[in-house]
Each structure stands twice: as C-alpha cells, then as structure tokens.
Write a protein that binds this ligand. Sequence first.
Ligand code: FES
Length: 169
Amino acid sequence: MHTNVNQAWESSRRRFLVWAVGGLSTLGAALVGMPVLGMLLAPALQQRHKETWVDFGPVDAIPFGVPRMLTATARQRDGWYDQTVRRAVWVVRSEQAGLTVFGPRCTHLGCAYRWDAGRNQFACPCHGGTYAITGEVTGGPPPHGLHKLAAKIEQGTVRVRFVSNGAAS
Ligand code: FES
C-alpha cells in the first residue's frame, strides 16, 4: 500500500519536474530570443515610413509656366534592401504659386503621361485621360487629379519628398 502511494507521488513529482524544466527552458529561450529578434526586425520596421528628400537639380533650369519633367536617382532603403531607384516628377513653376510638383503616373491605371504643349494639357496615352496644368482632371477616366508631391527649394535646388515605399506623400 505504501509502495503504491510512494510510486504515485514519485510519478507526479517527475511530471511536475519535467513540466517545470520545460517551462523554464521555453521562458529562457524567449528571454534570449526576443531581443535578438527585435534587433533583426528593427531595420525593416523603422524604415517603413521613413521619408527621403530627393534633389532634382537647380530651380533656375525650370522655365515659368511650362511643365518640365525632371528625373533623378536616389537611394531607397526598405528594411534590409538597399537600392538605387530612378525618380521622375513633373514640375510646374509659376511666379505666383512657386513650384507645383506632380507624381509621374496617371491616376487612372498608372501610365506615364506627358505634357501636350499644343493642347496646353497633360495627356495620358493609355485611355485618353487629360489634366489641366494645375493637375485637375479635364477628360477621360482618371478618378481624380494628379498626385501632388511635397517640394521645397534649398540653396537653389529643387527637393521633393518621397516615402520609403516609393509612394509620394
Ligand atoms: S492610365 Fe491614364 S487614362 Fe488610363
């Protein structure tokens, strides 16, 4: 009788020890692993919405009242991925409003549009979308006007803001 009680107690004690050692091991691994995991993921998480300002050259090279397409290369970092990307924008310079900068893609399905000087409008070749020099839709299927990008002039250089995923803000 005593032997059975002792065996049951011993078995229960063993199960508890196995559970306790397993639990402590898991807890230890988590305590060690969490900072390492955080360190590995931090660059990807931190860069998610980082903005970058890209230089597009001297403002004096842009004529007043005539849209000009400008291009530049910029470094883009997305998490661990670091690459050089080509950026393009349309810039309208006016004496009154200063600079207005548009993203280079039509807001319908993303085709590249161009300035049609003869018709005094931006025109998209894909489905006939048109925009005024102010970026507002004047015809065709685009659901809204051209995307405006934040821009500034620093020491005579046009600088345009992009976010790390490449979208304009
Ligand atoms: S993509 Fe420009 S009109 Fe359709």
